[in-house]
Design a protein around this ligand. Structure first.
Ligand code: HEM
Length: 172
């Protein structure tokens, strides 16, 4: 398809949305690579959390259901599976709705609130981000441009998670 034709159909693929900071091209790259991950939400989500707990064992303290369970038994822990699927479907919602970023802002604000109640901090989210990015590089073999689009996407999500995560209890 010629460039002029795609411009006619899709508009400017590189125009930046002021709410998300993402272009249509960024969104396309993120959604396309995410589809590979979300093809196996339980398998990839379990792998992600295993990597996270190996890299940051202290974060296990937040997860009562597996705090004392060996890694080899995570797969048979129903509560752990439920959490993996909750995490993955929440990420899926955040990815599939990037074209309506105002909705994602509300979702992320709610996520920040629910995690504030569990005393999770910005640093825990930053740790998880590092693990996600490294796993994507390794498993998906992402090119630089797609990685850049992912970086901007997570930055957008985190901005709105942190708005409510660190809000003082007294002002909420
Ligand atoms: C982008 C990153 C994250 C997403 C999308 C996410 C998503 C979710 C969702 C959807 C739930 C269940 C519903 C709710 O309570 O809100 C949940 C629960 C939870 N999350 Fe997260 N989360 C993220 C990061 C983290 C981090 C960094 C930690 C701590 C290190 C964490 C710890 C927990 C805990 C302890 C629960 C409760 C688990 C349970 O008892 O079943 N989350 N998360």
């Amino acid at each position: 398809m010629g460039a002029w034709f795609s411009h006619l159909i899709w508009g400017d693929l590189d125009a930046i949305n002021p709410v998300s900071g993402l272009s249509k091209r960024d969104i396309y790259k993120v959604q396309k690579s995410w589809a590979l991950v979300y093809a196996d939400p339980l398998g990839n989500g379990t792998e992600l959390l295993k990597r996270f707990f190996r890299a940051y064992p202290k974060s296990l303290e937040f997860f009562k259901m597996i705090k004392h369970v060996p890694e080899s038994e995570y797969g048979s822990n129903i509560q752990f599976k439920a959490h993996v699927l909750n995490l993955m479907s929440s990420l899926n919602q955040a990815v599939t709705n990037l074209n309506q970023p105002e909705v994602v802002v509300v979702m992320m604000n709610k996520l920040g609130e629910s995690h504030r109640r569990r005393k999770i901090q910005e640093s825990n989210f930053q740790d998880l981000k590092g693990v996600i990015v490294n796993m994507f590089i390794e498993v998906l073999k992402l090119d630089e441009a797609t990685l850049g689009s992912w970086g901007k996407t997570v930055e957008f999500w985190y901005k709105h998670i942190f708005e409510t995560l660190s809000k003082n209890e007294m002002t909420s």
